[in-house]
Design a protein around this ligand. Structure first.
Ligand SMILES: Cc1cc2nc3c(=O)[nH]c(=O)nc-3n(C[C@H](O)[C@H](O)[C@H](O)COP(=O)(O)OP(=O)(O)OC[C@H]3O[C@@H](n4cnc5c(N)ncnc54)[C@H](O)[C@@H]3O)c2cc1C
Length: 316
């Protein structure tokens, strides 16, 4: 059976640009919205059997899709379910983090405030162990229901999820997250709302939200003796307590704020934000990121690792 016969609601040559926060990139050869885990399993098995490459798309807020698009099947998990039982929220991968946060507050629960302002889905957050203000999604996750690359449905307990800084077993093995169980406790909702208000104000003042972007482009750097030595000409004492050097600090110190390639630029407001400031192509953002990596390596012998996921071909 060909793919259109197998999946009646499949779309062909679907433009992905508007489905990402960078607002760049080409089309998906095939595009399919999935509502339940059985559909997802059928879909993964079909792709395996027919050697079709697939990509799971969440809120598109941590990806850079090539101008040539994605030559396989893009799967969007649309399910929006959130259920609450005995302090455990069961949340579908397609739920936007802000909607989840609002739901928890409406029910009188606290502890998910750090998710405020992260414009992604629950699935994307679990995949990259998203976080802010010294907390990550792994701090509140109990278990994750996923489909393996082979098409098997598995419930993974937290200890098996191998959560680390912007990393997880799902990212390493490309497992597909369908839903997650999250543990929260009841608490002072008014206090939570104040915390959320402050963090949104903080983001508005520090982040270039007026331009399309994908959040922090590069991962922060763990402070080791080697890094201390490489950065001996900079005053990094304020980072000793956290043990982490923000990538944006190095990019700023290297004088790269405002650096441009085509329509892409390093934000003047926040050096770890690459922005689509004027009809950028994906390749402009890609080339800008390469240029930053080269300069930072030349200056500090540090390899900046992208947090943003590159999708499709960039080098020819
Ligand atoms: C303004 C702004 C601020 C941001 N602030 C933060 C922040 O404070 N902290 C932070 O951590 N991030 C931040 N981000 C980055 C981003 O929002 C998060 O990484 C978010 O978790 C990505 O989720 P998403 O649904 O958009 O994923 P996408 O961008 O759609 O996908 C990212 C990766 O996850 C994979 N993926 C998505 N869903 C699934 C799934 N169900 N199963 C398997 N794989 C999946 C995709 O295949 C892709 O490889 C910010 C981004 C922006 C634009």
């Amino acid at each position: 059976m060909n793919i259109q016969e197998q999946f009646k609601n499949i779309e062909l040559n679907k433009s992905l640009k508007e489905l990402t926060t960078f607002k760049v990139g080409g089309s998906a050869k095939y595009f399919l919205e999935i509502l339940n885990i059985n559909e997802l399993q059928v879909c993964i098995k079909y792709c395996n059997k027919n050697s079709i490459d697939f990509l799971i798309l969440g809120g598109g807020s941590n990806i850079l899709i090539s101008d040539n698009g994605f030559p396989g099947l893009v799967i969007k998990i649309k399910s929006q379910g959130i259920e609450l039982e005995n302090n455990i929220f069961t949340v579908s991968a397609g739920v936007m983090l802000n909607n989840f946060l609002q739901f928890t507050l409406d029910k009188g629960y606290v502890g998910a405030e750090f998710l405020a302002g992260i414009p992604g889905t629950m699935g994307g957050a679990i995949y990259g162990n998203a976080g802010a203000y010294n907390k990550s999604i792994c701090d509140i996750v109990n278990s994750v229901l996923c489909v393996t690359r082979g098409g098997e449905i598995v419930e993974m307990e937290k200890q098996d999820c191998k959560f680390d800084y912007r990393n997880s077993v799902f990212k390493q093995n490309k497992y597909i997250i369908f839903s997650t169980r999250i543990f929260l406790e009841r608490g002072d909702v008014e206090n939570s709302k104040q915390i959320i208000k402050k963090s949104i104000e903080d983001r508005n003042s520090k982040q270039p939200l007026e331009y399309p972007n994908a959040g922090s482009f590069f991962k922060n750097i763990k402070l080791t003796n080697e890094i201390r030595n490489n950065l001996r000409n900079l005053d990094i004492s304020i980072f000793e307590k956290s043990g982490v050097i923000p990538a944006g600090f190095l990019i700023e110190k290297a004088g790269l704020k405002g650096l441009k390639v085509g329509g892409a630029s390093v934000s003047e407001k926040h050096a770890n934000f690459l922005i689509n400031y004027d009809r950028s192509m994906a390749i402009d953002i890609y080339n800008l990121s390469k240029k930053i990596q080269e300069i930072i390596f030349e200056k500090y012998k540090i390899n900046l690792e992208p947090e943003v996921q590159f999708i499709g071909e960039f080098e020819v």
